[in-house]
Design a protein around this ligand. Structure first.
Ligand SMILES: *Cc1c(COP(=O)(O)O)cnc(C)c1O
Length: 481
């Protein structure tokens, strides 16, 4: 049964708390707040009992899909399991209740965690320094671009454009524009990788940077990075890595060692912070030594076994985040890295790649890839074969909900028609992977024998197919009874 709006439970005078009458008039709002700041009309919040509100939100939570409820193979998102212990540690009162303006001498432990997390990420990324400030991957991209811009400006010319392949995540061009550059998009080669011939015309002194996702959004490793790095560096430009897919590389490839100058990490993807609900996340950025002077400030510094916030040089791009960044997310990433250790992180990568390849091989004869090559931690296949039955990839995605699975990412990357992008992550058992493969294959059968089953799916969810275009064009965020 669909859940009512909380306003529909509301009734005049219902309440979850019973406070005694205020017998201290000097503290009443009219006496504390200036007259012209006082609200003229009641705000119109719902009035409900404690039991009503508890049930309402429990009903809503029960309808939600989450990694704790089922398989969530959302490509490019790394919906991995987030060990409970990380949550527990990040919520210790000594961490969770810290005031951001507490003087450094009283928060040495918190600063130590930030400092050491930076050291670990630098080690994993093969870079010399890391800023923890950015709030997410997209924000990390913007920060990285501002750092590269500051570097070029320092050398006398900010330059004009940034090159990305057509498989890039949508945040890449958006960040480039925000950093004041022109976006040049080049077509990928027949192998799905960067086409060096298409890149060459843009290797000029106007090039600021090339941004590459590796493995790219097809799940394929960009094999010619050394060649690309050589070309980019030959004109004094920089190579940026979108590190959202680090789950395929950890412990095996250090981006800084294969020619990248800057990369961002998505702590909420690779390093176990729950996401999908809109945050908080964190997108630290790592750089090679020539870019250190331009990193955001403050950074945590270690001096004689003491940790300090360093508000540093004028060359810095400045602050990119209020206070010090998403500290709770940093604690989770720190615990995760400490708990797994170097060997554990390598194993996570191995299993992520193994799981993805196992699943890929189980479905690839029906759901075929548009590009050859062995995928890494995720793979992209096409739902083109559904066309004769009047169906599309979207119908498969909706039907998967009836089988209890969260659908994979669909229609991204844009260069694959009817794309399905599947990322199982390292945590899933063979049993779960088999159940999911069986469901995909069964749905392909249903497409032929009973296409209306797909067309009308989902059948078993609290709400059926939504008009997503209408929902975003006519967005209503208030309730009017
Ligand atoms: C997720 C993702 C981003 C953006 O990261 P957010 O943390 O969501 O801002 C950028 N690039 C790729 C390839 C991604 O998968």
């Amino acid at each position: 049964m669909p859940e009512k709006f909380i306003f529909e439970y509301s009734g005049k005078g219902k309440t979850g708390v019973c406070l005694p009458e205020n017998d201290c008039p000097e503290t009443s709002p009219e006496n504390v707040i200036e007259q012209d700041l006082l609200r003229k009309h009641p705000i119109g919040l719902p009035e409900v009992s404690e039991l009503d509100i508890t049930r309402h939100f429990n009903h809503l939570a029960g309808m939600n899909f989450s990694i704790d409820k089922g398989f969530y193979p959302l490509g490019s998102c790394t919906m991995k399991y987030n060990p409970r212990i990380n949550e527990k540690l990040s919520k210790l009162p000594g961490f969770a209740d810290l005031h951001p303006l507490t003087p450094s001498q009283y928060v040495q432990g918190a600063l130590q965690i930030m400092y050491e997390l930076g050291v670990y990420l630098a080690e994993i990324g093969g870079v010399e320094a890391v800023t923890l400030q950015p709030a997410a991957g997209a924000h990390g991209e913007l920060t990285g671009l501002l750092i590269m811009r500051a570097y070029h400006e320092h050398n006398g010319n900010p330059r004009k454009y940034v090159v990305i392949p057509d498989s890039a995540h949508g945040t890449n061009p958006a960040s480039i524009i925000m950093a004041g550059y022109e976006v040049i998009q080049i077509q990928s080669g027949h192998d799905g990788l960067v086409d060096i011939e298409k890149l060459k015309p843009y290797i000029t002194s106007d090039l600021s940077a090339v941004m590459i996702t590796n493995p790219n959004t097809l799940g394929l490793f960009e094999k010619r990075i050394d060649k690309i790095a050589e070309l980019v560096h030959s004109v004094g430009a920089l190579l940026y890595m979108d590190g959202a897919n680090l789950n395929a590389l950890m412990g095996y490839v250090r981006p800084g060692e294969i020619g990248f100058d800057v990369l961002h990490f998505n702590l909420h993807k690779t390093f176990s912070t729950p996401h999908g609900g809109g945050g908080p996340g964190a997108g630290p950025v790592g750089v090679k030594s020539n870019l250190i002077p331009f990193l955001p400030k403050p950074a945590v510094k270690k001096l004689d076994e003491k940790f300090e916030l360093d508000f540093g040089d004028d060359t810095s791009v400045g602050r990119v985040q209020a206070f010090w960044g998403a500290f709770g997310v940093m604690v989770k990433a720190y615990c995760y890295i400490r708990m797994l250790g170097a060997e554990g992180l390598k194993l996570a990568t191995e299993r992520a790649v193994l799981n993805s390849n196992y699943l890929f091989n189980r479905v690839k004869d029906i759901y075929q890839p548009s590009f050859g090559g062995t995928p890494m931690h995720e793979f992209v296949v096409s739902g083109k074969f559904l066309k004769p039955y009047g169906l599309r990839t979207l119908d498969v995605a909706k039907r998967l909900l009836d089988y209890g699975f969260h659908p994979p990412t669909v229609y991204f990357p844009l260069i694959v028609p009817e794309a399905l992008m599947v990322e199982p992550t390292e945590n899933e058992s063979k049993q779960t992977l088999d159940d999911f493969a069986d469901a995909l294959l069964k749905i392909a059968e249903e497409a032929k024998s009973k296409p209306e089953l797909l067309k009308e799916a989902p059948h078993n969810t609290p709400v059926r197919r939504l008009d997503e275009a209408k929902a975003s064009r006519e967005l209503k965020v208030t309730y009017k009874g």
